[in-house]
Design a protein around this ligand. Structure first.
Ligand SMILES: C[S@@+](CC[C@H](N)C(=O)[O-])C[C@H]1O[C@@H](n2cnc3c(N)ncnc32)[C@H](O)[C@@H]1O
Length: 311
């Protein structure tokens, strides 16, 4: 197991976050992409998350006719029924303190307000990655789910080329890496950040963020949209006529967002559970701007060519 010779505590999150500063990349051997363990492999964390009690006993992962994996009801589900709740593996809600511990000044406009969620996501990622490495990858169960990010969907390489969108993620990952403080830069490679962005692009769900008043007391609350990566929910495929919807919200500072999945209409045992990637919080199950889905998420809408099933 990798050990971290010297661990520097960053002044964020009440001193819980640690960053392996001096030991640099060598202390990240367990999670470093070049070790081969970051990308693609099934992690112990995923196994743990799939164990009994996961998915609220309402559904299980299985092969989808759409290709890849999907979620399937293990019993008949009624409209409005809660399927399961889960905490995000990673989300974009980061305090100013966390952002400033990871990124050098000046932060880009929107990074602190949260309207540029990728910065918060990357900051939380670096800190979780570092904490995981510092613990020799034997992280406590609360943060164990972080390792499950390795299992999230990535598109296969295109014929003779690379996965769609990867070049853009690589450029963006390099940009984020360049903007990091040296200690943070030593803890993560631009390549791993590019992978995180790729995973985010294809798997992240919107979460509602409600922030309480800041010290100036100018606003009682600010509301914004953040991003969350949920291990169980990420297995749900898209449909323009979904049979389930989710509601996700960032609650208390220092905790990841929580989402709950509900059935919209009766779902038969064995039926695939679909959400809509557009207007996912629309309980009616009606489709939103359906034609926008395919290029954005690199998927084929199951309604195509049967357009009539999309209102
Ligand atoms: C959040 S993941 C869903 C789980 C994924 N199928 C897996 O195997 O991990 C999103 C990806 O699933 C695939 N997907 C989701 N909905 C789909 C659909 N309706 N038709 C085809 N592919 C879909 C696409 O590859 C998409 O990028």
């Amino acid at each position: 197991m990798p050990t971290c010779g010297r661990v520097r505590t960053l002044c964020c999150g009440g001193g819980q976050a640690v960053l392996c500063a001096a030991a640099g990349a060598s202390c990240l051997a367990g999670t470093h992409p070049r070790s081969g363990s970051w990308r693609g492999s099934s992690s112990a964390c995923s196994q743990q998350l799939r164990s009994s009690g996961a998915f609220g006993g309402s559904c299980v992962p299985g092969p989808s006719r759409l290709g890849g994996r999907g979620l399937f009801a293990v019993r008949q589900l009624s409209p409005g029924q809660r399927l399961f709740s889960e905490q995000a593996v990673l989300d974009s809600v980061a305090s100013d303190e966390v952002l400033r511990a990871v990124f050098s000044e000046p932060l880009p406009p929107g990074a602190v307000s949260g309207s540029e969620p990728i910065w918060g996501l990357a900051a939380n990622f670096v800190l979780a990655l570092s904490a995981s490495a510092a613990a020799g990858d034997q992280v406590p169960s609360e943060s164990c789910s972080f390792g499950a990010l390795r299992d999230f969907h990535r598109p296969p390489q295109e014929h003779g080329g690379e996965a769609p969108g990867l070049a853009l993620c690589r450029a963006h990952g390099q940009h984020l890496h360049d903007a990091m403080l040296p200690a943070a830069r030593a803890a993560v490679t631009a390549e791993v950040l590019a992978d995180l962005l790729h995973v985010t692009r294809l798997n992240a769900h919107n979460v509602r963020v409600v922030r309480q008043a800041d010290s100036t007391g100018e606003s009682a609350q600010t509301r914004e949209m953040g991003l969350g990566l949920f291990f169980q929910l990420h297995l749900a495929n898209h449909s323009c006529v979904p049979n389930a919807y989710f509601s996700a919200r960032h609650g208390a500072e220092g905790h990841m967002s929580v989402m709950t999945l509900f059935a919209i209409r009766p779902v038969a045992e064995g039926e695939e559970v679909h959400i809509s990637y557009i207007g996912a919080q629309d309980r009616t199950g009606r489709a939103g701007a359906r034609p926008a889905i395919a290029p954005g998420f690199s998927l084929l809408c199951p309604c195509v060519p049967a357009f009539s099933c999309c209102p």
